[in-house]
Structures are given as C-alpha cells and as structure tokens.
Design a protein around this ligand. Structure first.
Ligand SMILES: NC(=O)C1=CN([C@@H]2O[C@H](COP(=O)(O)OP(=O)(O)OC[C@H]3O[C@@H](n4cnc5c(N)ncnc54)[C@H](OP(=O)(O)O)[C@@H]3O)[C@@H](O)[C@H]2O)C=CC1
Ligand SMILES: Cc1cn([C@H]2C[C@H](O)[C@@H](COP(=O)(O)OP(=O)(O)O[C@H]3O[C@@H](C)C(=O)[C@@H](O)[C@H]3O)O2)c(=O)[nH]c1=O
Ligand SMILES: [Mg+2]
Length: 283
C-alpha cells in the first residue's frame, strides 16, 4: 500500500519524493489534461492515500489559456476525488491563496468567502469545489508563495536577476507568507497519515510560512542571506503591470491546521537558509 503522488518534477512533488517512499506520476505517465486518466491511475494502483501536487501554476499564462488550466486545476482534481471516494482512499489536495480576492488586511480563515481575481485562482477554486463535492475523505491545503531549490520560483528569479542588477523594483503592496516546498511536503505527509486514521479531519485548511511579508521584503531577505548587494525599491503593483491581477492581501489564518493536525507555521527565513545552502549560495 503506497502513497500515490500526482506530479513528479514540480517543487512540492520533488520534496515529497525526497522525504518519503512515494509513487510519483509525471506528465509522461498521467497527463492532467485527461481527467479520466487520473481516475484510471488511482484505480490501477489502489494506493493507501493520494496526494495531488501537480497543477497549472503559470499565473499569467493561465489568463490566455484558461481552458487548459481548468482541465488541470479543476477537472483533474475532481476526477481524482471521485475515484478516491469510490475506492475509499483519502485525498490530500494542494490549493492556493489566489482563491481569495485579497481585500483588507486581516488573515483569511479557511471558511472566508472566496473571490479569485484571475484565471489561475478561478481554476484552482473549481478544483477545490470538485474535491469538496466528491464525498471523498479529503484535506484541501491552501498554501502560498512556494519556494525551493528546484523548479521556478521567486527566490530563484531574484537570484538570477542579482547576477546582472544591483537595483530592483519590487511590489510592496502585496503581502503573504512565503512557504518552502519542503515544509509543504512534510505537512502533506503528516496530514495524509492523520486523515487515514481519522476521516473526521476532512476539510479545507491553510498552511503558510511565517512571518507575512511583502514581495519587496521577501526580496530583501533573499539578497541579505545570499550576500548579494542589491538595493530593493518598494513599488506599488500598479507600477508592475502583469496580465493577471494578484491579491494584495494573501495573509492566511493557519490556526486550524495547528489545532487539528499539530502543524505550526514554519519560519520561512530558516527554510530560505536551507534552500540557499542547497543551491551552494550564502552562509
Ligand atoms: N508555486 C507556488 O508559488 C504555489 C503553488 N501552490 C500549489 O501547490 C501545488 C504544487 O505547486 P508547485 O510544486 O509549486 O508546482 P510547480 O509549478 O513546481 O510544478 C507543477 C507540477 O505540475 C505538473 N503539471 C502541470 N501540468 C500538468 C499536466 N497537464 N499533466 C501532468 N502534470 C502536469 C508539472 O509537470 P511538468 O514539469 O511536466 O510541467 C509539475 O510537476 C499546486 O497545487 C499549486 O497550485 C499554491 C500556492 C503557491
Ligand atoms: C520578477 C519581479 C516580480 N515582481 C512581482 C510580481 C508579483 O507581484 C510578485 C511575485 O511574482 P511571481 O511571478 O513570482 O509571483 P506568482 O507567480 O504570482 O506567485 C504565485 O504563484 C502561484 C502559483 C501561487 O499559488 C501564489 O501563491 C504565488 O506564489 O513579484 C516585482 O515586483 N519585481 C520583479 O522584478
Ligand atoms: Mg510565477
């Protein structure tokens, strides 16, 4: 009886494979644009638990390719969840802060009304709704601002830019919790075990690194830890136009995750040290 992971090359999928003995299915094995193939893989492998760590995560590209994003982020998790419900297998599904509209300054509780601002958030919300409707034992874990030594993320973008720039303008009016992929993988594995033991823990939960910061402050800490002499200038999001609108407030209330599963918000500054070390950068 194994742990089946959708996703193989992604940030969280890579960490899941490093931390546990899992069967990871990449795009070559199962393409999430084919939801029936997701259900068939679950029926074939009959795992102890399923973790969905695959998604269409290109936020700006999703604006012009919402049909593909809707299949991967919406229909595929729905098909996975219905297969899990039929076979009595618990499902851990990862979602995002981008399901919220980003209004206000208070941390969003898991049951706060959603209101995605763009195609990525809309399609991720469709996936959540399909999982909740499936009848499967499930945990939807919303996380935010994922970084790791692998794959594409803000930390690696900042490090790349620092090779040619000593000044950067970074958005300062979007605030959230950077979260390491390693911490998310550990949380998913713990939640998977706890959900198997107690299906009553089914629900929607938040998990984000602490403390909440702006992208500009996140960039400053990256350069400080990496020993890169880059000056970061605060700018409003309106000075950094992108195809997709992003939430100004991505703060998430993670207290239910601590109360229900005993999992604390990880200090992202500590995890950043580890990621930089893994990249051979900084002290
Ligand atoms: N990245 C972030 O900042 C955040 C991510 N999340 C969520 O966390 C989860 C994990 O994200 P993360 O690890 O960063 O993801 P990545 O962007 O690092 O990786 C995405 C993974 O999904 C796979 N994938 C995409 N499309 C398909 C497809 N059609 N068929 C099969 N596989 C596909 C990719 O495979 P391939 O390499 O072949 O393209 C890749 O393995 C996702 O649910 C995401 O929405 C939540 C908040 C923030
Ligand atoms: C490169 C760069 C970005 N920015 C801004 C743009 C944006 O507001 C912010 C972050 O840019 P990114 O493209 O890394 O962010 P983005 O891809 O939107 O990150 C999101 O990805 C999805 C998958 C999620 O689920 C979210 O939690 C979040 O992590 O930084 C600058 O201000 N200056 C810069 O030089
Ligand atoms: Mg991005």
């Amino acid at each position: 009886m194994t742990v089946l992971v959708f996703g193989k090359t992604g940030q969280v999928a890579t960490e899941l494979q490093a931390q546990a003995d899992v069967l990871a299915l990449g795009r070559a094995e199962v393409d999430l644009t084919d939801p029936a193939a997701c259900a068939a893989a679950i029926a074939t492998h009959r795992p102890r638990v399923v973790i969905n760590a695959a998604a269409y995560t290109a936020v700006d590209r999703a604006e012009e390719d919402e049909a593909t994003a809707a299949l991967v982020n919406g229909a595929a998790p729905g098909a996975m969840a219905r297969a899990c419900a039929e076979l009595g297998i618990p499902l851990v599904h990862i979602s995002t802060d981008y399901v919220f509209d980003g209004a206000g300054e208070a941390a969003f509780a898991p049951d706060h009304p959603t209101g995605p601002l763009g195609a990525y958030g809309r399609t991720k919300l469709a996936g959540e709704d399909a999982v909740r409707a499936s009848g499967a034992t499930h945990a939807i874990l919303r996380t935010s601002w994922v970084f790791s030594a692998h794959g594409a993320n803000f930390v690696k973008t900042m490090l790349r830019l620092s090779e040619t720039r000593n000044e950067l303008s970074v958005v300062a009016d979007q605030v959230g919790g950077p979260t390491s992929a390693g911490a998310i993988a550990a949380a998913c594995l713990s939640i998977a075990d706890q959900l198997s033991a107690d299906p009553g823990k089914s629900g929607t939960y938040h998990f984000a690194g602490w403390p909440d910061v702006s992208w500009a402050d996140f960039a400053r800490e990256i350069f400080a830890q990496a020993g890169r002499p880059v000056t970061v200038h605060d700018i409003p999001a309106s000075d950094y136009p992108t195809p997709a609108r992003r939430p100004a407030n991505s703060r998430m209330d993670c207290s239910a995750t601590q109360a229900r599963f005993g999992i604390d918000r990880p200090d992202w500054r500590t995890d950043l040290h580890a990621v930089l070390r893994a990249l051979g950068i900084g002290g």
